[in-house]
Design a protein around this ligand. Structure first.
Ligand SMILES: *Cc1c(COP(=O)(O)O)cnc(C)c1O
Length: 356
């Protein structure tokens, strides 16, 4: 696409055209901590009806998660004004639906086989779903997607690296979609830290319709604390802030995330170990007689085609190993998804597969 075309496309994107009218008119709840912000430790807080006896969690958490956002901002190289945090990616995505998709009017576009939560959230919010299957090698069908889109198509979900397939989408095709799709493009980067592809978080200024979601649940080893991250333009972040529950990220989560993220090289080293183990797993799977195809993975799991997925799944369960059977997903007939575990766990898996 030439530069002039690009500029014209972008000039047409205006957040005011896609925000729901009710949300535009909304006056947000103002919490005690919103109304007084000059907080220092030596002050006496008698404004929020908290219990005054200290136990580490007797006070409401910081509604804007200042410390945690500052650390993430440094790690990821994105300004805090472009970051919103939520109770897992699921909450972040739900906020996006509620801000921009009018129930019983608007629709979203998803690209199966992909993460099931987009359709679930659409159904919860009474939003239509247009599905455009990925190609046989699990890439978006750009023309088909753009043809399928209508004036009510508010969000296009691109999961890259994609779950359950494990591959990354072609970056130049994603760029075409960002330029031509008239609504928001959500790029779900739950697995980006395992990937050799670049994150899209550094291109927010270029694409005003871009929302990138990440999570501490996978590479950062904190699925239990529920911390989802949304990166977008300051305008989009402001809208989402208006509708988010005031104290949506609890104090224990904020403390644990700060503590773990401050451990130098922790995630980096674990990611390196997992990637090494992934290669071992792939080469071992290659030697299993009933495995017919192993899909390339840019994530911490591997999708493989076998002779009979349900039979093999049940056999592994009997041996005390739980994997994911993806056979009912379009394009994933007889496919199993293996999460990369520790060296010891992977050895147990491989031995079990060899014994079948
Ligand atoms: C695991 C996963 C997430 C993470 O969701 P959280 O709610 O943050 O745990 C998001 N998207 C995809 C595609 C995932 O596989």
């Amino acid at each position: 696409m030439n530069i002039i075309h690009k500029i014209i496309m972008k000039a047409t994107f205006d957040i005011n055209n896609i925000i729901r009218p009710t949300i535009k008119a909304l006056k947000p709840y103002s919490s005690a901590r919103d109304e007084f912000q000059g907080v220092t430790d030596d002050m006496v807080f008698l404004d929020a009806n908290e219990n005054p006896f200290e136990n580490g969690v007797n006070r409401y958490p910081d509604p804007q998660q200042g410390k945690l956002k500052t650390i993430l901002s440094e790690i990821k190289g994105v300004s805090t004004k472009n970051i919103l945090l939520g109770n897992g990616s699921d909450e972040v995505l739900d906020l996006v639906f509620r801000a921009f998709c009018e129930p019983n009017v608007d629709n979203i576009i998803t690209l199966p086989p992909t993460y099931g939560m987009y359709n679930v959230l659409a159904n919860i919010n009474a939003i239509g779903i247009k599905e455009v299957l990925l190609t046989e090698d699990f890439q978006p069908q750009v023309e088909k997607i753009l043809n399928e889109a209508d004036a009510q198509s508010k969000i296009l979900f691109l999961c890259s690296p994609n779950n359950p397939t494990g591959n990354s989408f072609n970056a130049s095709e994603m760029e075409v979609l960002l330029n031509k799709f008239q609504g928001l493009v959500v790029i779900d980067e739950a697995y980006i830290d395992f990937s050799k592809e670049k994150s899209w978080i550094h291109r927010l200024e270029e694409f005003p319709n871009l929302i990138v979601t990440q999570t501490l649940s996978k590479a950062y080893a904190m699925a239990g604390i529920r911390l989802g991250i949304c990166y977008a333009s300051a305008e989009i972040i402001t809208v989402l802030n208006t509708i988010k529950p005031p104290y949506n990220v609890n104090e224990l989560t904020q403390i644990k995330a700060v503590e773990q993220l401050n451990i130098k090289d922790l995630a980096k080293n674990q990611i390196a170990d997992i990637l090494e183990e992934r290669e071992v797993l792939v080469s071992e799977l290659n030697g299993i007689y009933f495995v017919s195809k192993i899909y390339p993975s840019d994530a911490n799991f591997v999708l493989a085609k076998v002779d009979d997925a349900t039979k093999r799944y049940n056999q592994l369960i009997k041996k005390g190993i739980v994997i994911r059977n993806r056979t009912t997903q379009p394009g994933c007939e007889n496919c199993l998804r293996f999460t990369v575990g520790t060296t010891a766990e992977n050895k147990i898996l491989i031995k079990a597969l060899k014994d079948l």
